[in-house]
Write a protein that binds this ligand. Structure first.
Ligand code: CO8
Length: 260
């Protein structure tokens, strides 16, 4: 498969995977998701002497600013649920990948971007990184695992607050909350992530793969919460408020929600 929106560079056994749609702040459209599915499901596992993967975003402003809002303004409940399930399945491929995957978060990691970072095994953030699940501003809920992984990573109290307010989380707060492993000077995220992979790659690869499996096992990755999220995401996609929220974003105005 030829990738349109993913740059793949093999740097001495570490794959640097760059989401490359800077004009849309690297928003995840369906094409990009298909490419991620192909990489983590087919191409990645075949790379020999692989130490690990670093995922980052092109440009200086954004890691990934979410799912591509322009692609799901007209979907209904069933379509929304199908899209959420597709995205969740792709993020499970990342979470279950046999070599460590580190998100090098160089800017906005919002909505699907925060969910992508959370599906990685480890996270390094630049000082200007901003995390968040702003879906409530669009009249929907997270659909790519955000309602589950944010709770797993930072606990129910703060996760519920951030899911309900849609507030952004700055890099230092993210570190305090345990959302990221390290905050580094802006521009040094990839370097730090590669250093971490360099250290981990000196350990026994089978043991590392088993740690990934066991850590995922602790969080019981297929618990009903994920299925619930798909179902409820679909429901929110069928609301008038979602049409209003997405339209308002694209028209660069404040949404006027009616609770329908
Ligand atoms: N989708 C599509 N386009 C986007 C997105 C996005 N998520 N984010 C930014 N863009 C585009 C803008 O429309 C703009 O395009 P243009 O130049 O053509 O007008 C360009 O990127 C630059 O963005 P801004 O001008 O808005 O840049 P600012 O610096 O003013 O603001 C922000 C940056 C704060 C990141 C702002 O762009 C923003 O709020 N973006 C949306 C963030 C968001 O709401 N993300 C969540 C999306 S929903 C989601 O991820 C749900 C996941 C589950 C989906 C399940 C299946 C459908």
């Amino acid at each position: 498969m030829n990738y349109e929106n993913l740059l793949v560079e093999n740097q001495e056994g570490i794959i640097l995977l760059t989401i490359n749609r800077p004009k849309a702040l690297n928003a995840l459209n369906q094409q990009t998701l298909s490419e991620l599915r192909h990489f983590f499901g087919e191409a990645g596992p075949k790379i020999s002497d692989l130490k690990g993967i670093v995922i980052t975003g092109a440009g200086e402003k954004s890691f990934v600013a979410g799912a591509d809002i322009s692609e799901f303004t007209t979907i209904d409940s069933a379509g929304g649920a199908a899209m959420a399930k597709n995205g969740q399945d792709i993020f499970f491929l990342i979470e279950r990948f046999y070599r460590p995957v580190i998100a090098a978060v160089n800017g906005f990691a919002l909505g699907g971007g925060c969910e992508l970072a959370m599906a990685c095994h480890l996270r390094v953030a630049g000082e200007k990184a901003r995390f968040g699940q702003p879906e409530v501003n669009l009249g929907i809920i997270p659909g790519y695992g955000g309602t589950q992984r944010l709770v797993q990573l930072i606990g129910k109290t703060k996760a519920t607050e951030y899911l309900m307010t849609g507030d952004m989380i700055d890099a230092n707060t993210a570190e305090k909350l345990g959302l990221v492993n390290y905050v580094v000077p802006q521009g040094e995220e990839v370097k730090r992530a590669k250093e971490m992979l360099g250290k981990i790659s000196k350990k026994a690869p089978v043991a590392i793969a088993k740690i990934i499996e066991c850590v995922n096992g602790y969080f019981k990755e297929d618990i009903d919460g994920f299925a619930k999220e798909v179902e409820e995401f679909g429901e929110t996609c069928g609301t008038e408020d979602f049409v209003e929220g997405a339209t308002a974003f694209l028209e660069k105005r404040k949404a006027n929600f009616k609770g329908k």
